[in-house]
Write a protein that binds this ligand. Structure first.
Ligand code: NAD
Length: 443
């Protein structure tokens, strides 16, 4: 099937690559000429396990191509995906300008029936806005053409995106068009062999499903973080509590890890966006507002431990920081807890020696060169001359470090762990003063 994807980001590029892999003929359109040029030269702009060979082999086989030429892209695809960003507006609601710009571009250039699929995460009612934009543009250009607008939200997880797209848990299709449904069932049939994962519903429910999923996951995290704060207040250990509640199958072990807050391009903006659209509709989404508030405070947790430990005197301190990306297996730094921490440390006069397996380039791009940030080649190098160590991201490579070396290198035998990677008793045996989340203020 001939497919066009607008937006070559985490969602668009991965979708395009897996669609090409199963034999579809895919053209990707982006406004970023540099990104398109680099892709054509074989440079993949993001880190995502398994993505590089998939993109390269399908590009070489001619099943996927990259362009900034929207007109040729639109001519190519009978099905056109919109996978552009929907960043937060000033008040936190989703900014639809990129989505609507693509809708207008499609209508400007289309010469035949198109199925327009919205894969971006968008507020309920956006399909109507896309449809209206297409209709309006067609009318202005004197064209009388038919089209379908379908909501097909994406549920991939960064760090496991290729696998998630190859083996989706579910494929949500929001449509009232039987012909569009038939076409999309055909398009997705290579990913729908084990059992029927396609759930067809009305467009508004599909749009809300995506927000509901992300808000539920964010709620689980903020709930556990609230419990971790209560564990500190009451002198309990949140890791015991986590195991205790996870054993109930109605709760389960997944997604109940306490930590230094959630980040990324989705949870923070999607919780905010749903809360804002609720309030615009006259409804106060109390749970969502609390989820956001708890997370905001949780991101300041590590700094508050550090500041308290040093009685607020951090001027001139050097901090070794392991983990910059918002979670492991990605280079994505959007809304990462490490950024909140680094910025607070800098404000307090400390400097940071950081290491991350994949997010160093992105960190450099965001912060540029500054005297109080050194990006180090290894996690051990980050310890050299540092006063203490902080862990922000639970990369596998940080899970079994050489604790003797850590103690030997640091000026203070002091470890702040934002992901509860270690047992406090073991840290005590190694002679490390250990702060974790919800496990007693320090041991
Ligand atoms: P991204 O920022 O990585 O990529 C967006 C791309 O769209 C960029 O390359 C940008 O240059 C391009 N773009 C902007 N305007 C354009 C236009 N007019 N024409 C063509 N290209 C244009 O974004 P992302 O992380 O891939 O997210 C895309 C959407 O998918 C968002 O709505 C997001 O909420 C949603 N989503 C993201 C994830 C995720 O894990 N990243 C998961 C599920 C859903």
């Amino acid at each position: 099937m001939k497919i066009t994807v607008f937006g070559i980001g985490y969602v668009g590029l991965v979708q395009a690559a897996v669609m090409a892999e199963v034999g579809h003929d895919v053209v990707c359109v982006d406004v970023d000429q540099g990104k398109v040029d680099r892709l054509k030269e074989g440079h993949i702009p993001i880190y995502e396990p398994g993505l590089t060979p998939l993109v390269k082999s399908n590009y070489e086989a001619g099943r996927v191509d990259f362009t900034t030429d929207a007109a040729s892209g639109i001519e190519h695809g009978e099905v056109i995906f919109i996978a552009v960003g929907t960043p937060p507006d000033e008040d936190g609601s989703a900014d639809l300008k990129y989505v609507l710009a693509v809708a207008e571009t499609i209508a400007t250039h289309m010469q035949s029936h198109k199925i327009i699929i919205n894969k971006s995460t968008v507020p309920v009612g956006t399909a109507d806005k896309v449809s209206a934009k297409v209709a309006d543009t067609l009318t202005k250009s004197g064209k009388s053409l038919t089209y379908d607008v379908v909501s097909n939200p994406e549920f991939l997880k960064e760090g496991a995106a290729v696998n998630d797209c190859m083996r989706p848990d579910r494929i949500i299709l929001g449509t009232d068009s039987e012909s569009a449904e038939k076409k999309l069932r055909e398009l997705y049939s290579p990913f729908n062999r084990n059992h029927d994962k396609i759930i067809v519903m009305d467009i508004r429910s599909a749009e809300l499903t995506k927000y509901a999923a992300n808000c539920m996951l964010a709620t689980k995290i903020s709930f556990m973080n609230e419990m971790s704060n209560l564990a500190e207040v009451f002198g309990a250990d949140i890791e015991n509590v986590r195991r205790g509640i996870g054993s109930d199958p109605r709760i389960g072990y997944q997604f109940i890890y306490p930590g230094c807050g959630y980040g990324g391009s989705c949870f923070p903006k999607d919780v905010q966006a749903l809360a804002r659209s609720a309030s615009q509709a006259g409804y106060t989404a109390q749970i969502l507002e609390s989820v956001e508030e708890v997370n905001y405070k949780q991101k300041e947790k590590l700094f508050s431990y550090i500041s308290r430990h040093f009685s607020g005197d951090l001027k001139g301190k050097t901090v070794a920081l392991w983990g910059l990306s918002f979670k492991p297996n990605t280079d994505d730094m959007r809304e990462s807890s490490s950024r909140v921490l680094m910025e607070a440390l800098w404000e307090a006069g400390a400097s940071v020696k950081a290491y991350d397996p994949e997010a160093m380039e992105e960190t450099q791009r965001i912060y540029g060169s500054r005297d109080d940030l050194s990006l180090m080649g290894t996690k051990e190098a980050a310890l050299e001359g540092a006063d203490f160590l902080v862990i922000c991201t639970e990369w596998q490579a940080f899970r079994a470090p050489d604790f003797d070396l850590i103690k030997q290198k640091l000026n203070y035998p002091l470890l702040f762990d934002g992901r509860n990677l270690f047992e406090p008793k073991l840290m005590m045996e190694y002679g490390l003063h250990y702060y974790a989340i919800g496990r007693g203020l320090s041991v």
